[in-house]
Ligand binder design. Sequence first.
Ligand code: NAP
Length: 318
Amino acid sequence: MQEQSNQPSPDHGKAVRLDAFGGPDVLDVREVLAPQAGPGQIRVRVTAAGLNPMDWFMTSDADTAARFGLTLPAGFGTDYAGVVDQVGDGVSDFAAGDRVFGGALSRAVADFVVVDAGGETAANEAHHTPDGIDDRIAATLTIAGRTASAALAAIAPGPDDTVLIGGAGGGVGVFAVQLARIAGARVIGTGSPSSADYLRELGAEPVAYGDGLADRVRALAPDGVTAAMDLHGVETVHVAREIGVQDDRICTIAAQVDGVTAANGANAVPGALEEIARLVAAGQLHVPIAESFPVEQIRRAVELQAGRHVRGKIVIDL
Ligand SMILES: NC(=O)c1ccc[n+]([C@@H]2O[C@H](COP(=O)([O-])OP(=O)(O)OC[C@H]3O[C@@H](n4cnc5c(N)ncnc54)[C@H](OP(=O)(O)O)[C@@H]3O)[C@@H](O)[C@H]2O)c1
């Protein structure tokens, strides 16, 4: 096993730990033994971890945690970025000192994570971080990027499309809006009225969610909407159907609706993350960081995100 000396000590590091499942107040920062890279694995000195709703959803109660295979004491967070500091036997794709980003299911908010070098799911994966992307941005890409890519694939928007995106300003929305625009589509994105300018900056025409949404969308797009993705619940699905979008051009990510595709980041096409990272590095896709927090403020960060009005991504610095 190769090693690179680093700070803090390779044997110990900080990690968010839970002794019980529940809300933000169960999250503690502890000094723990650092995991060691086994054969086929790399260890990453994490510098930034991006938050997603699934982080606090899966640790919110024992039944949900069990569905994700979590046991106590548990870790927290999945998206990470940092620098490889140990390389297990048999690994040739990564070397100590490489900048990487990826996913480590419910253990990413920690100084060190170990992942399989050949891992291919957000639960356990690493990718080289391209030059031109800093670690805070790289730490936002995995779950939201995979999910947006899967949602795009489900409805395949193109230059002839007008796409309605529900929850367009959230963590997944920022990727979905921009990817749909890059594909040439016109995008109408739902948000609260105070998010209108922010949605415009992303490339979406803003429309307020809530009662009367169908009429507001018709007024914006009198020639019709051709595809839709609901990144928040089911309102956008129902409105899309009401205004004539075919079921096979509608998808959800946060709810199940009979007849429409439930897109899942786990099913993103191979290479989706590399392509998103390439677009970010090229300056063609911008990731807004709503706020970053030192790890000691993990509870505040999770409370903010659980409010469900974040514009873009929240990042924890390590
Ligand atoms: N299937 C999968 O693989 C997968 C993967 C990732 C996430 N998800 C799920 O997808 C959902 C979105 O994830 P995310 O990371 O984008 O969440 P997020 O960052 O928490 O989303 C926040 C956004 O939701 C918007 N919002 C709040 N209330 C809304 C409403 N009533 N209608 C429409 N939009 C509303 C907010 O807009 P305003 O601030 O303007 O109100 C804000 O921009 C979550 O439920 C998450 O668990 C699923």
